[in-house]
Ligand binder design. Sequence first.
Ligand SMILES: [Zn+2]
Length: 249
Amino acid sequence: MPVYQSEALILRTYKLGEADSIVVFLTRDRGKKRGVAKGARGRRSRYTGALEPMTRGDVAYYEREQRDLVRLNFIEPTRSPLSAASGEALGYVGYFAELIDEWAPEAHADERLYRLGSSVVDAIAAGAPVELLARYFEYWLLRLQGVYPSIRQCPGCGGGLNEGASMPQQDAVLVCRNCAPGTAGTRLSAEAMLFLKSATSVAPDNLSTLVLTPRSARELETAHRRLITVHLDKDLKSARVLREMRQAR
Ligand SMILES: [Zn+2]
């Protein structure tokens, strides 16, 4: 049985039998894997504290021929989102993990996606404003998957989008105000467009240079949710939980 060792991000776990867990994790070098963690739910589990979503660590696993499930040998956490100070940030951790899980191809390396996820863990641990981080993460995730519409040029007239843009109800593109008069569709203000343009060139450890007003944050959340729903063909469970949490406040 070949043994592999890699840096990885934990995405989620589910129960297997009485005491074991199946762990879904994204490796840096060999894509997404599902592995059996023996005794993970036992009282003296060596995985305690290592299986929270968005934990980064060193992972060793065996691959078995003709089987999709690998067998975990160990997970040594190196960075945990639990070190984040705010409870609000922890609420988002499941959302980030679910998004990566949905987009990561099975057993196919995607180093850029891994790096994005990994830098998000660092940003959470460093106490980055989590709503800004969420909009930034969605933008980059959708961009890496090639599904973010152009933020520079209106496909209707070729004009710029600096003054604001609109995503028509029927189409996941951004058009200028002249091509989409009226209030139909999802509108993005000039500030929201500026955020996207700045996010293109700002690294995740430098998020404090970005400006996101509460209004732009709402606009982008709505637009991103539409893009995610169109491309995954479903609404994410964790996104629903986040909205309910906010309404309950
Ligand atoms: Zn136009």
